[in-house]
Design a protein. Structure first.
Lengths: 254, 314
């Protein structure tokens, strides 16, 4: 398995996509963190003041949004790309026990996701630290709940990486997997989560579960407890990834 | 593991929807031989090879290498090398990076990538992106992947397809060298002449069914040599030759009489006895290409469609 994971990292490093998406992730995080700080003084905001621990947790939570989406896109391309470029034939010749390839990709992209999340957290610190100290506020990393939020960001991004691999294995069409992912996250989920009658159910969707895990519970919606969000998200990852592995194993590669 | 594993295909069948791609196919490839796997495009060659290599699940039958299914081999890529697809590369990845990925997975040192690049004549192009490779270069890279694990058995699907004449000569020489080192090679093609100087045995399929399995020389012998005769008294000669046991008579498009089952001296004696004056008498060797055409054209597309319909109603 170590050799398979090593091979996946070699694949990833041999093209530049991971670098572009990492740059985009850091850019998005910089944008989200800047907006969070800039509008925190706004009298209409729901956000707790940045001087409080709750306000700073929310600031660190901005590291999750961009990385979750783009890591899921990278992971889906990493899996479905094997079919798009027809490298699947060679990959499954070298590793005829195909589930091993899927598991190696799950491990690889979870690690990549954790790296993206760490880079995003670094961006938040790099922007937040000088900006807040100019306002006379200390950004304290060991304050109550902040390590938990950071761990939540890393876990949520890693879980989205697993979802991306699973989705790529299920759909096998790179474009369909990426478009499906983006439409779900940016159109379908935001719409259904705003329907009050459905809120008892929509808290269990992947996006709200991830928000619960990272404790970005800003709006008037209800959320699960962080640990519940983590369990639900892990459940989605497990189900989608297993279905993807099962489908990969049964496939006729003509 | 047996040092010289052979290939066994037993009763292999596969349907795609209502089309029977491979139909109860049985043949074997002896260790240390080069076997040509011949048939027209769509005859079921690729499906058979992919079933042999565990990429396609057979509906019925088995295909084994050294007595085991491919996926049950202890370290498949070091025992069997396969080149099935000259388009299976990420265009943004260099040829060397593509090979290094599989070095990592197989557990080979990465310099093995440079060795096989050298072996297939791609040393200079190794660091270029595959997107810029010609078809011939991609065929060579596919072969490099197959050779990576230094396997005893090679399975190659149309490796000469799209190669220029230089490339065909090159691949023929390479495969002959590998065979001389005792490797077992199964190589498919839809062009018999590509194979003629290369293979020991041929397996010919059409419509997913076995049409011929045996030595190439026996195939030539089956058609047999014919004697070419040109004469102005063709009618008299035909009359003198017809009715003799084992003698066949035919005419080619230039009007020459083609006599099978007799040597030129015997044809000359019959002509002399019948008072027929000959203008030309010559031995013509067995025409493999024509025989191949006959073997594979016997089931033209019309019959394949009816096969498919039959399979659908079953």
């Amino acid at each position: 398995m170590i050799r398979l994971v090593h091979g996946e990292f070699t694949k990833l490093r041999s093209t530049r996509l991971w670098l572009w998406l990492l740059a985009a992730t850091m850019g998005l995080t910089a944008l989200f963190a800047s907006l969070n700080i800039a509008f925190n003084n706004d009298p209409d905001t729901l956000a707790p003041p940045l001087a409080t621990a709750a306000g700073q947790r929310l600031l660190f939570g901005t590291a999750a949004g961009g990385s979750q989406t783009l890591v899921a896109v990278l992971a889906a391309i990493g899996m479905a790309g094997e079919y798009r470029h027809r490298t699947a034939t060679t990959t499954f010749l070298v590793t005829p026990r195909r589930a091993g390839v899927v598991v190696a990709k799950l491990i690889t992209y979870a690690l990549v996701g954790a790296t993206y999340a760490a880079a995003s957290i670094a961006v938040v610190i790099a922007i937040g630290e000088p900006w807040l100290s100019a306002r006379g506020i200390d950004l304290t990393l060991n304050r109550s709940g902040i390590p938990a939020t950071m761990a939540g960001v890393v876990a949520a991004v890693a879980a989205f990486a697993l979802l991306g691999v699973g989705l790529g294995a299920l759909l096998r069409d790179q474009v369909a997997a990426v478009v499906g992912l983006l439409v779900y996250l940016f159109v379908a989920e935001p719409i259904v989560t705003r329907i009050p009658a459905l809120q008892d159910w929509t808290v269990f969707l992947p996006g709200p579960s991830a928000s619960a895990l990272t404790q970005i519970t800003l709006t008037d919606q209800d959320f699960l407890q962080p640990w519940q969000g983590g369990v639900v998200l892990a459940g989605y990852a497990l189900v989608v990834a297993s279905a993807g592995a099962w489908r990969t194993n049964r496939l006729d590669l003509t | 593991m047996v040092s010289h594993p052979g290939i066994e295909v037993r009763g292999l069948s596969k349907d795609f929807g209502s089309v029977r791609a491979v139909d109860d196919l049985t043949f074997s490839v002896s260790p240390g031989t080069v076997t040509g796997f011949l048939g027209r495009n769509g005859a079921g060659k690729t499906t058979t090879l992919r079933m042999l290599l565990g990429l396609v699940r057979p509906d019925r039958g088995t295909a084994t290498i050294g007595g085991r299914a491919y996926r049950d081999l202890p370290a498949p890529p070091t025992q069997v090398g396969a080149a099935l697809d000259s388009s299976g590369f990420h265009p943004a990845r260099s040829g060397r990076a593509h090979l290094r990925v599989y070095c990592r997975v197989i557990g080979l040192p990465t310099h093995r990538a440079d060795e096989v690049l050298d072996l297939v004549g791609l040393s200079l192009a190794g660091s270029r992106r595959v997107g810029g490779y010609s078809l011939g270069m991609r065929q060579r890279l596919a072969l490099a992947v197959a050779l990576l694990g230094d396997p005893q058995v090679l399975v190659l699907d149309e490796p000469a397809n799209g190669l220029d004449p230089d490339g065909i000569v090159w691949i023929r020489r390479l495969l002959r060298d590998l065979a001389a080192k005792g490797r077992t090679v199964l190589v498919s093609s839809h062009v018999l002449t590509e194979m003629q100087q290369l293979v020991d045995r041929v397996v010919i399929i059409e419509g997913g069914r076995l049409r011929y399995d045996g030595a190439l020389s026996d195939l030539a012998g089956r058609q047999g040599a014919v004697v070419e005769v040109r004469t102005r008294q063709a009618i008299e000669l035909r009359a003198a030759l017809s009715g003799r046991p084992g003698v066949t008579l035919d005419q080619d498009d230039t009007g020459r009489l083609l006599v099978g089952g007799l040597d030129p001296a015997a044809v000359g004696r019959v002509a002399f006895a019948a008072g027929v004056e000959l203008e030309w008498l010559a031995q013509r060797d067995g025409d493999l290409e024509r025989l191949f055409f006959y073997l594979t054209a016997g089931t033209a597309s019309g019959r394949r469609l009816s096969d498919a319909a039959e399979a659908g109603t079953r």
